[in-house]
Design a protein. Sequence first.
Length: 239
Amino acid sequence: MLPIIHKIVESYNALHNDVTVAVTGGGSGNGVKALIDGYADIAMSSRELQESEIKLAASKKVRIMSRPMTIDALCPIVNPANPVNGVSLEQLRDIFSGKITNWSEVGGENKAIAVFSRDTSSGTFESWRKLVMDGEKIFPGAALLASSGIMLQEVSHSRQAIGYEGFCYVTGAVKALRVEGVAVDLENVRSGRYKLARFFWLFAKEAPSPEVAKFLDYMLGPQGRAIVTSCGAVPVDNQ
């Protein structure tokens, strides 16, 4: 969500230069914890609240409201030099669980697969676990990465690499694979043909301050939705 929010903040600050909005990344779990602990007014998340977070908030008498902001596609990504263009969900699951270890097993070169995953504090990791792994665990040989930037760097530098990221992060430095023969694009996400999609969420305390409420309205309103679209994601109409 970070690149989308940065653009929204730039737009908001141009209209409200008396307000400072500080934005920090670092994983959905860290954002939710900062909200509960009072260090943040709004948390961005690529997953819903977990049961443990709901219990922690209740223990601190914090009531959290949630709003879906965008629908984003989750993409398996490889190096552009990799000749493989698509995989099935079963093949993805087998690669990330360690059952498939060579690209030749999915129609590629006779080279070992280097698997990269987001770490467990990431909402993107949680979404991948739910949408792809179907109860299987990501095998211990996978390298766990702390950020989207590091993921793109690792995959773009290794011909043998595979990882995953949100569609908003996919650039020419990496190649998104087709899944079950369906390309990842906005139309396929909107129509539901592309199955690896998840909501991006905004969390805030119930009855936020007037300034926080005003910024939330901007993010979820027409201006925010226009920026979401310009970033390559599908906006959610909360009206």
